[in-house]
Design a protein around this ligand. Structure first.
Ligand SMILES: N[C@@H](CCC(=O)N[C@@H](CS)C(=O)NCC(=O)O)C(=O)O
Length: 203
């Protein structure tokens, strides 16, 4: 193997990179489990990425890459997979940024309730994060459905990973309610082998 992705299957950011490997038929990148945490991750990830965040892509022939968007862009370019199509580049990047923002808010929410004692939870902050999620889901439902139904690209993969994370960690919140088109799109997308094989609930 020439390269390794450091991560955890539970991370939606990591999942983006793993789904891309499947969809682009990239077979020379290994996966190594590491633990990342805002309270301090393990030495492997902290050495690879000074921010201590997953995923990181360790390369023999060059510096380690990090931030999922850098990694997916690099792997797509290397494999010439075409998941950042020139004709729809800015839309694709904006859609991926929207999905990543949903992940950031949804992951941050979980960090707050996992890492802080309950009597210190800051409810307005939690509500603010969840509002970012629901507003973005509404934008997907109202503005992005035709893009989501187009040829496969990284924006779609990122949205699917964000929605998968909501089911995985926020299953008590009915994100599908009032968003029939998005829910139907995700139902179909999540049947793809790349999504099935990276399902965090099965890892
Ligand atoms: N912008 C980063 C976000 C990555 C991220 O926040 N990953 C989480 C896991 S889901 C993490 O490593 N958290 C540890 C920390 O915040 O220190 C990316 O796209 O890769």
């Amino acid at each position: 193997m020439t390269m390794q992705i450091l991560g955890s299957p539970a991370s939606p950011f990591v999942r983006k990179t793993l789904v891309l490997l499947h969809e682009a038929n990239i077979t020379d990148v290994a996966f190594e489990r590491v633990t990342a945490s805002p309270l301090g991750g393990d030495d492997t990830i902290n050495t690879a990425n000074p921010l201590g965040k997953i995923p990181a892509l360790v390369r023999n022939g060059g510096p380690t890459l990090y931030d999922s968007r850098v990694i997916t862009r690099f792997l797509d370019h290397r494999a010439q997979a075409g998941f950042y199509p020139e004709a729809r580049l800015w839309d694709t990047l904006t859609l991926e940024a929207t999905a990543d923002g949903i992940m950031e808010a949804a992951v941050g929410y979980i960090y707050e309730i996992r890492h802080r004692p309950e009597d210190m939870w800051f409810k307005p902050w939690l509500d603010g994060q969840w509002t970012k999620v629901t507003r973005s889901l509404d934008a997907l439902e109202s503005r992005w459905m035709s893009h989501l139904h187009g040829p496969l690209d990284m924006g779609q993969i990122a949205v699917a990973c964000a929605l998968g994370y909501l089911d995985f960690r926020h299953g008590d919140k009915p994100w599908r309610d009032g968003r029939d088109s998005l829910a139907a799109w995700y139902g179909k997308f999540s049947d793809r082998p790349s999504m099935q094989e990276t399902d965090p609930a099965k890892s």
